[in-house]
Design a protein around this ligand. Structure first.
Ligand SMILES: [Zn+2]
Length: 420
């Protein structure tokens, strides 16, 4: 008897939530609608619908827009309701090694404001090979103040922040909201969720850049809403964002998709992660530079030798201008990325593989060897019908994904279940 009571209470709360999200979804996607038509569509009792609508109006999520033009059976025309997208905002944050971008979205996902600034770094580096590690408190404090300023600047100071999506360049644990390791920021075990939630007084959802790019490409880019999508995120490092039915597959510790650190037999380069021979060491931006340097050191003739130092972009430009050494280097990286694509295809059987991150911009010089290698290595039944496409959103994918993830997490899951 006794043990039943909390359960009954919980069930009641769940039903309220379910009914509320059903009503809200109808207004959001089918509006303007009347209370009576909501009752008909949901088969909820009219008083139940009215109580939920009153609650949504009080919260500002729904508003009355006056009577409809025609009454159904000669009576008074019903009052129509519509969704008020500007009543709630989501904050999307992409903290990059160099730049931080904040996009404020309304409850329908439309961007209402944006801020961009160099990721704050102390001057006078303490790391040997780069800038000093970023101070998490300084970076995340700046994010919170810039987000608030952006909301006020958009004329929406009263709007509620429903959720924050924070996207980081490294290993993240979605479940705890901790950035486990971001070598480019010099971060290890930074409680991003805790710090940002205190600064913005809203729930915070932490993802890595590949996961965010996957969500953005699926909903607004190359993915065309296929839902089962794998995004190969190739830039300074290599990871993957894997979606199942549009949702990020996180794994128990939140690190699913880190295929850049799968070991490849025969490779012996030390990796950022501390291991040796990870795929990332031959399939990333730094891998392009290292391979080109090795070719020059071996005496190969290339226009790159005339440059006073070069980066992956210079190697790409040389390849595009017909430099044979640069072309071979890019093709080899493409082949290694194709191997990674075949792992994703065999392991997850996606409908589509999208190549994202900075290397996607290289285009066909990279993509053609990538596709050929994926076709060579993947299982035929898993490969059937799978397309490999380049990112459409480019460098906007991460922050757009941050907004969309915040939106996704701020909505309940119930209506998905009920529609199935
Ligand atoms: Zn590694």
């Amino acid at each position: 008897m006794r043990s039943d009571e909390p359960r009954r209470g919980a069930d009641h709360n769940v039903m309220r939530e379910v009914n509320r999200s059903l009503v809200l979804a109808l207004v959001k996607e089918g509006g303007p609608v009347s209370r009576a038509s909501i009752a008909r569509s949901t088969t909820l009792a009219k008083p139940t619908v009215s109580a939920i609508v009153d609650e949504l109006i009080a919260e500002g999520l729904v508003r009355e827009i006056g009577p409809g033009s025609t009454a159904v059976s000669g009576g008074r025309p019903p009052i129509l309701l519509e969704f008020n997208a500007r009543s709630q905002l989501v904050v999307g944050v992409h903290i990059g090694a160099r730049r931080t971008t904040i996009a404020i979205g309304d409850a329908a996902g439309e961007e209402v404001a944006r801020r961009e600034f160099p990721t704050p770094r102390p001057t006078g580096g303490t790391l040997r090979d780069g800038p000093a590690p970023a101070d998490p408190a300084v970076v995340l404090g700046r994010v919170a103040s810039e987000a608030r300023a952006a909301i006020a600047g958009a004329g929406l100071p009263a709007a509620k922040i429903a959720a924050v999506g924070a996207v980081l360049p490294g290993l993240t644990d979605f479940h705890t909201g901790v950035c486990l390791l971001a070598p480019n920021l010099g971060w290890r075990d930074v409680p991003v969720r805790e710090i940002l939630a205190a600064g913005l007084d809203a729930p915070v959802y932490v993802h890595n850049a590949g996961q965010a790019a996957a969500v953005a490409e699926n909903l607004e880019g190359a993915g065309e809403r296929v839902g089962d999508l794998a995004l190969l995120y190739a830039g300074t490092g290599l990871s993957a964002g894997v979606l199942s039915d549009g949702r990020v597959f996180h794994g128990v510790g939140g690190t699913a998709g880190e295929i850049g650190h799968n070991a490849v037999p025969g490779l012996d380069e030390p990796c950022n992660c501390g291991n040796i021979g990870c795929l990332e060491t031959v399939a990333s931006g730094p891998a392009i530079v290292r391979a080109a340097r090795r070719a020059l050191a071996a005496g190969e003739r290339s226009t790159l030798a005339e440059l006073d130092g070069f980066d992956a972009r210079d190697v790409t430009a040389a390849a595009q201008a017909g430099d044979a050494v640069a072309g071979r280097v890019i093709a080899a990286v493409g082949e290694h990325l194709g191997l990674a694509a075949s792992w994703l295809i065999n392991a997850y059987n996606p409908a589509l593989v999208v190549v994202g991150g900075g290397l996607a911009a290289i285009g066909d010089l990279l993509l053609e060897p990538l596709r050929a290698a994926a076709a060579r290595h993947a299982l035929a039944p898993a490969l059937r019908g799978v397309e490999i496409r380049a990112s459409v959103l480019g460098p906007d994918a991460e922050v757009r994904g941050a907004v969309l993830l915040a939106l996704q997490h701020s909505e309940t899951y119930y209506r998905v279940v009920f529609r199935a």
